[in-house]
Design a protein around this ligand. Structure first.
Ligand SMILES: CC(C)(COP(=O)(O)OP(=O)(O)OC[C@H]1O[C@@H](n2cnc3c(N)ncnc32)[C@H](O)[C@@H]1O)[C@@H](O)C(=O)NCCC(=O)NCCS
Ligand SMILES: Nc1ncnc2c1ncn2[C@@H]1O[C@H](COP(=O)(O)OP(=O)(O)OP(=O)(O)O)[C@@H](O)[C@H]1O
Length: 230
């Protein structure tokens, strides 16, 4: 199995690239969706967050007010660390579960879209790591325009993550998303070729069918050996 790590900075274009992967038939595990699911009303994650941050972060219907919680954690590193530590186990398990389901379905190449891939050190489980990079000015403009936030709020969100240039330096593959969507799509075609190249023997062994072959061969070997010994 090949686990492709997809990461970048906030509003650098990860979701845009992950949609391209999905359109090309490559399944994507989206950590932002997992992170949303684990704090749905009544879940264990929801209970932990409400206990730590109080009822003030709830909407009238009892769901978490994400905008409110975002304002709190993106302007206070201590509170952000608290939220991260509370949710990390739930998010990691959720991601693992989604990967396991795809693996059990026989999927051999999948993408995990994790904004905090390097920050959470999950990059050690993925290969190759694709970083979606964007120049700082464009990142700021796109973030402010998409989220309708001020420059200060946008800067706080950018500062909450490791520097995008550093992530770029650690990447196996970089997609420069500073230009047009067509430009990104062109780069994506090359990336798709790279991530779809034949699996290495290690990746094959890690896939469902590879592991099944090992189990079948080992069982047959043991049975044969026992028969010969009798
Ligand atoms: C703070 C919250 C409530 C804000 O929700 P909101 O709907 O406004 O944003 P959303 O979840 O769509 O995240 C948007 C982007 O913000 C960035 N981001 C989210 N959480 C964090 C964080 N803890 N630290 C740094 N950046 C973050 C990511 O780039 C993400 O793609 C939410 O992001 C959250 O619960 N974060 C903690 C969970 C987490 O770590 N998520 C990242 C998945 S690896
Ligand atoms: N090449 C592009 N040209 C113009 N706009 C773009 C381009 N790529 C992405 N965008 C826009 O920039 C914004 C951020 O892109 P996107 O949501 O894909 O980023 P992201 O990295 O997934 O963000 P987040 O970290 O918040 O999840 C979106 O509004 C998107 O439509």
């Amino acid at each position: 199995m090949r686990l492709v790590g997809l990461t970048g900075g906030i509003a650098s274009g990860k979701s845009t690239v992950s949609s391209l992967f999905k359109s090309a038939g490559v399944p994507v595990v989206d950590a932002d969706i997992v992170a949303r699911n684990v704090v749905q009303k009544g879940t264990g994650g929801w209970k932990k967050v409400v206990k730590a941050f109080g009822n003030d972060i709830l909407l009238e219907n009892g769901e978490i007010d994400r905008a409110r919680l975002g304002q709190i954690v993106f302007s206070d590193p201590v509170k952000r660390k608290l939220l991260n530590s509370l949710l990390a186990p739930n998010i990691s398990f959720g991601i693992f579960w989604e990967i396991l389901k795809l693996w059990a379905n026989g999927c051999t190449v999948m993408v995990v879209d994790i904004p905090l891939l390097f920050e959470t050190k999950m990059d050690r489980w993925t290969n190759p790591v694709v970083v979606v990079w964007v120049d700082p000015k464009t990142q700021m403009e796109r973030l402010m325009s998409r989220d309708g936030c001020s420059e200060e709020q946008a800067q706080n969100r950018i500062n909450a993550q490791l520097a995008l240039d550093w992530k770029k330096s650690e990447a196996d593959i970089v997609i420069n998303n500073s230009g047009s969507l067509d430009d990104t799509k062109r780069q994506f075609q090359e990336v798709l070729k790279q991530v779809s190249c034949p699996l290495t023997w290690k990746e094959r062994l890690m896939s469902r069918d590879g592991l099944l072959s090992i189990v079948v061969c080992t069982t047959a070997g043991v049975l044969l050996a026992q028969k010969n010994l009798l």
